[in-house]
Design a protein around this ligand. Structure first.
Ligand SMILES: C[S@@+](CC[C@H](N)C(=O)[O-])C[C@H]1O[C@@H](n2cnc3c(N)ncnc32)[C@H](O)[C@@H]1O
Length: 270
């Protein structure tokens, strides 16, 4: 079997882009290579690996878990079953943070860092920022730490623990998080069965962790500090009402690339 034949066969059953990514992974080459060398023959081992991955993809496993990596903000992040696959929507949270935060020395916190997506994108953009990235789960944090080391983004410090209790005495200029925010009975969860449920599901119709963070952040934001939370497209009214009630000001909505409300931003003045 050559590269063209493998792609033609697989593309009948799975997305063409997915087939190209899987084939590139088996051949240990970047995606453009599979266009440039359609006549290249697969070795029996490569062919077997491709069929194996292709069948797992057909069964619904996300490509990122099959190849072990996902592009986020032009960074190649390694992912595994302990980490949520970073989403393009979350790039709008990074974009808003970059628009709002001064490029001077700042202390920034990314809570529930997963693969390290938000913390590492911010570190990549501003070397002056001192960034703390946390996660409740050690295995997840190890993956984020390994991503930081591989990318040489050494100004990020990783701390394990439950939301802001992980960083007890720290006073931050900005606290950013993409916490779990899906309700336990949400029908979309079935399609996300390969991802860690602890990264997705929160109590109280998905609002419990968002509300905890709004309360906790007040204690650990400097005067005028920023809170930026990713949430579901239909959660901004509840999140922003909670922010107002907790005393935050200058509340704004962050929209994703498709124009859906994807996050809320606020400042805390004592
Ligand atoms: C929706 S995922 C976001 C991952 C990553 N920030 C991203 O945007 O791709 C939520 C993350 O929060 C972590 N998490 C869940 N509960 C937590 C808690 N109580 N304290 C700290 N992290 C928590 C999960 O392990 C998961 O990595």
């Amino acid at each position: 079997m050559n590269v063209r034949q493998a792609l033609v066969y697989a593309s009948q059953w799975v997305d063409k882009l997915d087939a190209e990514l899987l084939l590139g992974h088996c051949l240990r080459v970047a995606r453009p290579h599979v266009y440039a060398w359609p006549e290249q023959l697969l070795t029996p081992l490569q062919q077997q690996q491709f069929i194996d991955l292709f069948e797992q993809r057909q069964a619904g496993k996300p490509v990122a878990y099959l190849t072990g990596c996902k592009e986020f903000w032009s960074l190649s992040l390694q992912v595994d079953e302990h980490t949520l696959i970073p989403r393009p929507d979350t790039e709008s949270i990074v974009e808003l943070a970059l628009r709002k935060l001064p490029r001077t020395v700042q202390t920034i916190v990314d809570l529930g860092t997963g693969s390290g997506a938000i913390a590492l994108a911010l570190a990549f953009e501003c070397r002056l920022w001192s960034i703390f990235a946390t996660d409740l789960h050690l295995a997840t944090l190890q993956r984020a730490k390994a991503n930081a080391q591989r990318l040489g983004l050494n100004q990020v410090q990783f701390v394990a623990g439950d939301w802001l209790t992980a960083l007890n005495y720290l006073q931050a200029d900005a606290i950013i998080a993409n916490p779990p925010y899906i309700a336990a009975d949400d029908v979309h969860l079935a399609a996300l069965c390969y991802e860690p449920q602890a990264a997705l599901v929160a109590a109280d119709q998905g609002l419990a962790d968002l509300f905890t963070l709004i309360e906790q952040a007040k204690m650990q934001l400097k005067q005028g500090g920023f809170l930026l939370l990713e949430h579901g497209f239909d959660q901004s009214a509840s999140v922003q009402a909670k922010m107002r009630q907790a005393g935050y000001q200058s509340i704004e909505t962050c929209y994703d690339l498709t124009g859906h409300a994807r996050g809320s931003f606020a400042r805390y003045m004592r």
